[in-house]
Design a protein around this ligand. Structure first.
Ligand SMILES: Nc1ncnc2c1ncn2[C@@H]1O[C@H](COP(=O)(O)OP(=O)(O)OP(=O)(O)O)[C@@H](O)[C@H]1O
Ligand SMILES: [Mg+2]
Length: 596
């Protein structure tokens, strides 16, 4: 054992570099953040060999004074905070005062900078932690940092670097994350002499986002925008049709900083839960803005994590905002770019229609229509009438939109699809999937309102049950009633369904009752009505929805289209698959090579 002694400064910095500068991309991120903190409006990046050989970042920010150049490379020296109070409400990207010192310890670093009041620039270099004296240099107001041969003096670390192409890919991703968050700033990226990105300053956010995430993302995205006194959420979230098999299109920013945050990703996942297939991942670029004091950014050396002071409130805020943005009914929920998007007024109008239509539908149900499936279609025809009377009272102001975005039914195809015609061309609807979503949404709404319309069965349906089933039913009477069921023991081995929700099919009474009892038995009434609720309703909706091969007439098909237009999330079935798509006239013309 040797005695305890302080480590040399260079080694301290090399140890710190292990945490902060994991690879070239982490150095690039730190340097870009420094340029933004310096107020730059134009930042250019030049890389060679994936950033390992050379990385040069030039900005037009406020620069560093000659006398402070050495401080910039010194550990724990920063211009960004001076006290604990400052740390607790830090608004800059950097604050630890260690990024440049770490880089200077593991690479050959040259810092050239000029402030507005200096007659010319100065330059210092650091090799193995040894700083040169500042020497005059030529540079416009701003700063250039050049880093050569990353990890040249820490070979163990250098060995861990991957191929040039991989390191470059990481660098490009770091560049993207920063550039996405600041569409007001011009950025360029060159690799091995080739210009890869050239982004003008002052772009609107959507343009910047689609440049990186692609036009497909832009077409499939809905705007997310909600502002309260202290919190803002902005950005774009793609509708489920544009989901991904990995998480690589998920960009979440807190006060301009890209972070991977569990609270936020959980809230976002939840916002998509109902509409996304469980093996798919949503795509989004979302920006949360909040007072710096309400979030701790000093959690991780690379600042890739944050801690919210009120994480529950943030979770709610993100979840509700994104869920609402995604819930736009069929008119907006389209991947077809030609379909006009829904304005907020239209959206509210649709919701109002939906509520009114729903009430009329409920009243008709109570008036007693015996055959559930046909009852549904008749009452849907009533909904169309309601639409007309409401639109007279509150006329839609947007004359550019088609009156019925999903158009008018033409025919049923092979008992599975509905073909309809709208202004743009052909609409194809998966009949069962679409109706399943409608029933599901209605079940949710009516359960929320604590009023699931129930239908007594003329002849109760009885079936064999074991002792645990019977005990479950006896113990769960209240929950069953809330769900719209009347199920009671007839004998020690028999249960009878005496009433069930009108939205479901009487012909499947036994099957449905068994599903409900099995859930209650496994999870207990309170969990079935809370965390398991949507799962159960989704299963029930499948039993309520019109089956393939049921022949629908044109009136029935139109009624389904109208209901889709009024139902939130109707663009996806309960399992996240699309329920309809548009083939425009243009698409059809292309197929037939017309006009070519
Ligand atoms: N591009 C730049 N333009 C102007 N000043 C800069 C630039 N880069 C660094 N500086 C100055 O050098 C200081 C040290 O930078 P460094 O990145 O090491 O630390 P920091 O940004 O303060 O904190 P952190 O370690 O969290 O990034 C900064 O506080 C800033 O004053
Ligand atoms: Mg910094």
């Amino acid at each position: 054992m040797t005695s305890i002694r302080p480590l040399p400064e260079l080694l301290i910095n090399q140890i710190a570099a292990g945490e902060v500068i994991e690879r070239p991309a982490s150095a690039l991120k730190e340097l870009l953040e420094n340029s933004l903190d310096a107020g730059a409006s134009d930042i250019s990046v030049m890389l060679e060999a994936g950033g390992v050989k050379l990385m040069r970042i030039r900005d037009n920010g406020r620069g560093i004074a000659k006398d402070e150049l050495a401080y910039a490379l010194m550990r724990h020296a920063t211009s960004k905070i001076a006290s604990l109070d400052d740390l607790q409400s830090v608004a800059s990207m950097g604050f630890r005062g260690e990024a440049l010192a770490s880089m200077a310890a593991v690479a050959q670093l040259t810092l050239t900078s000029r402030t507005a009041d200096a007659p010319h620039a100065h330059q210092i270099t650091a090799i193995d932690g040894q700083l040169s004296a500042p020497a005059p240099a030529s540079h416009a107001v701003g700063t250039t940092v050049e880093i050569r041969e990353l990890y040249f003096n820490t070979p163990a670390r250098r060995k861990f670097l991957r191929t040039e192409a991989t390191e470059y890919a990481y660098c490009e991703e770091a560049f993207k994350r920063i550039a996405l968050s600041r569409p007001d700033v011009a950025f360029s990226l060159q690799h091995n002499g080739r210009t890869i990105w050239q982004l003008a300053a002052g772009q609107d956010e959507l343009k910047r986002v689609t440049q990186f995430l692609g036009a497909d993302f832009g077409d499939a995205a809905v705007a997310v925008s909600r502002h309260t006194a202290n919190l803002s959420l902005d950005g774009f979230a793609a509708l489920p049709a544009y989901s991904k098999s990995s998480r690589d299109a998920q960009y979440f920013f807190v006060n301009g900083r890209f972070v991977r945050d569990k609270v936020a990703s959980h809230a976002l996942r939840l916002a998509y839960q109902d509409i996304l297939h469980h093996q798919r991942h949503p795509a989004y670029a979302i920006f949360l803005t909040m007072p710096p004091a309400a979030v701790d950014v000093n959690v991780h050396p690379a600042k890739s994590e944050v801690r919210f002071r009120e994480s529950q409130a943030i979770h709610q805020f993100i979840f509700h905002t994104v869920q609402q943005a995604l819930a736009i009914p069929a008119q907006g929920a389209t991947s077809a770019p030609s379909t006009p998007s829904v304005t907020a007024t239209q959206h509210n109008f649709n919701l109002a229609q939906n509520n009114a239509a729903y009430q009329i539908w409920e009243m008709q149900k109570h008036a007693g229509q015996s055959e559930v499936a046909s009852g549904k279609w008749e009452s849907n025809t009533a909904i169309t009438t309601t639409d007309i009377s409401i639109s007279r009272v509150t006329p839609s102001t947007d004359h550019t939109t088609d009156e019925h975005p999903l158009g008018y039914a033409l025919a049923q195809l092979l008992g599975i699809y509905i073909l309809a015609q709208n202004q743009q061309g052909l609409i194809v609807v998966d009949m069962h999937a679409a109706h399943e979503r409608i029933v599901y949404e209605k079940l949710k709404t009516s359960l929320d309102a604590e009023h699931v319309a129930t239908q007594p069965l003329l002849i109760p349906v009885s079936f064999y049950a074991d002792a645990l089933d019977i005990a479950t039913v006896e113990a769960s009477q209240e929950a069953l009633q809330m769900l719209g069921f009347d199920i009671a023991p007839l004998s020690p081995t028999t249960l009878a369904v005496r009433a069930m929700p009108v939205m479901l099919k009487q012909s499947e009474a036994e099957h449905i009752a068994r599903e409900v009892i099995a859930e209650l038995r496994e999870f207990g009434a309170s969990r079935v009505l809370t965390e398991r609720r949507n799962e159960l309703l989704s299963t029930l909706a499948c039993h309520g929805a019109v089956r393939a091969n049921r022949i629908l007439n044109v009136t029935e098909m139109n009624a389904l289209l109208r209901e889709m237009e009024q139902t939130e999330r109707s663009g996806q079935c309960n399992h996240g698959r699309p329920t309809w798509f548009q083939l425009s006239l243009n698409d059809l013309d292309k197929m037939f090579m017309r006009g070519q």
